[in-house]
Design a protein around this ligand. Structure first.
Ligand code: ASP
Length: 315
């Protein structure tokens, strides 16, 4: 259902990455593990919203749960770089005043989305990168961990497999678990978006994807909607996906879902795949993806709760 007949008091939607997962490919344990993580993230964000908290607080709370869950490619469980480490990207945006904060290639902060929020609220800047982002995190007193803490054996095997396959590179649609994100509308009618990722397995040369780039993988505007993306980041950057969806809504009058379908079709025509989640101040709450599956969930004040992985689920 794209548009709510009656606007709920608050809405929340999350994703845990898009990919080629089809029914029957994942074990029951894998499905259950992902669904447990998604439900926990929905609960964390919903607790904030039900208590009258802001959309910004809610998307951060939901994303932090997914960052701690090793099933997902963000925080702990992040993919390995070519060199065998982890460089983490995250962004957060407040649709009420279009304040935004982001980090690229941070290496020691347990919750990169918390660091993105600190950039938004405690610095004069929007995007900090690398050693400077790490230093800012320490200055802000954010929880620090050793870089190896982010790794898991499964992610190490994915790097080994990639290195063994000389033809392999770019966005891995076979990846079972990906980037995470959240969008929300709070009781005051404001929207917010957050995205967090380890990026692509085997990434090199300081590669940064769309997730921390405001307007590409993350955007929020009370005049349109909040968007968090997952997918082949290079194409999402070139399309300016998240901002393009908001711009279409403002200039054409399309709903978030309609705008996202046009934009994702354009990304596909360029050769990119992935998905977006959408929360508008109208109460519209929807997703759109061009991969066979996307880990996703939604919850709103009117009690609508849904967690899904495959494309054959009727939303
Ligand atoms: N969009 C992310 C990136 O390019 C990857 C993903 O969503 O899985 O870094």
């Amino acid at each position: 259902m794209s548009t709510q007949a009656t606007k709920p008091r608050w809405t929340l939607m999350i994703h845990g990455g898009s990919g080629s997962m089809r029914r029957g490919m994942l074990s029951a344990a894998q499905e259950a593990g992902a669904e447990t993580g998604l439900n926990a993230a929905l609960d964390a964000g919903a607790a904030v919203l039900a208590a009258g908290g802001s959309a910004v607080e809610a998307v951060q709370a939901a994303v932090q749960v997914l960052e701690d869950d090793p099933h997902f490619n963000a925080g702990r469980g992040s993919v390995f770089t070519w060199e065998g480490g982890h460089t983490l990207d995250a962004a957060i945006m407040d649709g009420s005043g279009r304040a935004a904060g982001a980090v690229a290639a941070s290496t020691t902060t347990r919750h990169p989305v918390a660091l993105a929020r600190a950039v938004m609220e405690k610095s004069r800047h929007v995007l900090l990168a690398g050693a400077g982002a790490d230093a800012f995190a320490r200055d802000q007193g954010l929880e620090q961990v050793d870089n190896v803490w982010f790794g898991t054996e499964e992610r190490r095997q994915q790097l080994d497999w990639m290195k063994a396959d000389a033809t392999h590179g770019g966005f891995d649609v076979d990846m079972k678990y990906g980037t995470v994100g959240a969008v929300a509308m709070d009781a005051a009618g404001h929207v917010a978006a957050a995205t967090s990722t380890g990026g692509l397995t085997g990434k090199r040369w300081g590669r940064v994807g769309d997730s921390p780039l405001i307007g590409a993988g993350t955007y929020a505007d009370d005049r349109a909607c909040a968007v968090s993306a997952t997918g082949s980041g290079e194409f999402f950057i070139r399309e300016g996906v998240a901002h393009e969806i908001c711009a279409r809504m403002r200039f054409t009058g399309e709903t978030a879902k309609q705008a996202a379908e046009v934009v994702m079709a354009d990304v596909k025509a360029m050769g990119g795949v992935g998905g977006v989640i959408l929360a508008a101040p109208t109460g519209e709450l929807d997703w759109c993806f061009t991969t066979p599956g996307m880990y996703r969930g939604k919850l709103s004040a009117d009690g609508v709760r849904r967690v899904a992985i495959y494309e054959d689920v009727v939303d």
